[in-house]
Every structure is written in structure tokens, then in C-alpha cells.
Design a protein around this ligand. Structure first.
Ligand code: GDP
Ligand code: MG
Length: 163
């Protein structure tokens, strides 16, 4: 299938961990250091007999306050051009940040569907905290732990259903 899913979000939210989880192989570099995966990674995921392409976008590192919105728009614009569906990843451990708000602002205007994916929901306390992300204004919201794989099956079910 030519269906392509792009993973977007600010650095360190777990994009590459999710990418690896979806591919079940180690193609991206996962690291604690912000912006380690600078280049885009491409892979193919299989789920319920369907395949789709997955793009792990490198987390941009804002170089200054003035250009940071431009960087966000560039990352999201490229992802929108290359994909059929965007997964906007946020991190429950940090909560909603200014960068998340900026990205949400751009993504709410996307012509492509956007699924909001709250990552690092590793336990039930974090599930309670994660409800704040509904305020970002997306219809489709998923709560996952890329580390354990919890919730990723439901996300993949929804992706496979629209291919
Ligand atoms: P990226 O910059 O968005 O690609 O983020 P990475 O995938 O490199 O992950 C950043 C950090 O978050 C790493 O230390 C990961 O191990 C950690 N991480 C990713 N997913 C999870 C998760 O579901 N739970 C927890 N607790 N940590 C995670
Ligand atoms: Mg990465």
C-alpha cells in the first residue's frame, strides 16, 4: 500500500521509540539527548494483513525564539506533504508545553487527518494526567506507552481501518 503515516512532535516525546515499536525493528536511533534523530527515518509497518509506510521525523531543535515557529511549520508541512495521516505525539510526563501548543496550532489546520497520541502513559496515574491533552482540540486521541507497547494495538487498529 502507498499509505504513509508520519510521526511528528517536539524532541524527546518518544517518536523514534514508537517508530521502532511500529516496525518492531531497530531502524531509528533512540537516545535521551534531544534531537538525536535528526534525519527522517522510513520504514514499513504491518498490521492485520495491511502494510503502510511510516516516517519518523527528526525532532527539530529550536535555535531561537524567532525561528521556532518557522521550524515547526516546516516539519509539519513536509510531513503533511509526504503522508496521508499524521500522528502528533505528546508526552504525559512533561504535560502540555509551549512547543506542543505551537504544533497543535499548526496541525489543527492540517488538510490531512491528525491523531493525537499521548505517549509515556506507563501506568494508571499517568492515564489520569493524560486527560489534560483533550484541551488541545483533536477528535482522535490515543494513550500509549511506546516503551511497553501498551495501547499501540488500538492505535494500529485505527490506522489499519482507514487504509
Ligand atoms: P524522540 O526524540 O521523540 O524521537 O524521542 P525518543 O524515542 O528518542 O525517546 C526519548 C526518551 O523517552 C527516551 O529516553 C525513551 O526511552 C523515552 N520513552 C519513549 N517512550 C516512552 C514511554 O512510553 N515511556 C517512558 N517512560 N519513556 C519513554
Ligand atoms: Mg527521534
Amino acid at each position: 500500500s502507498g499509505f504513509t503515516v508520519a510521526i511528528v512532535g517536539r524532541p524527546n516525546v518518544g517518536k523514534s521509540t514508537l517508530f521502532n515499536r511500529l516496525l518492531e525493528q531497530r531502524k531509528a536511533i533512540v537516545d535521551d539527548v534531544s534531537g538525536v534523530t535528526r534525519d527522517r527515518q522510513y520504514g514499513i509497518a504491518d498490521w492485520n494483513g495491511k502494510s503502510f509506510n511510516v516516517i519518523d521525523t527528526g525532532g527539530f531543535v529550536p535555535r531561537s525564539e524567532e525561528i521556532f515557529e518557522r521550524e515547526i511549520r516546516k516539519q509539519v508541512q513536509t510531513a503533511m506533504e509526504e503522508s496521508n495521516l499524521l500522528l502528533f505525539i505528546c508526552d504525559v510526563a512533561t504535560g502540555i508545553t509551549d512547543l506542543d501548543q505551537e504544533m497543535a496550532h499548526v496541525l489543527r489546520r492540517s488538510s490531512k487527518p491528525v491523531y493525537l497520541v499521548i505517549n509515556k502513559v506507563d501506568n494508571s496515574n499517568r492515564m489520569l494526567e493524560a486527560t489534560e491533552f483533550y484541551s488541545l482540540g483533536f477528535d482522535k486521541v490515543f494513550f500509549i506507552s511506546s516503551m511497553s507497547g501498551s495501547g499501540t494495538g488500538e492505535l494500529l487498529d485505527e490506522v489499519a481501518a482507514i487504509i
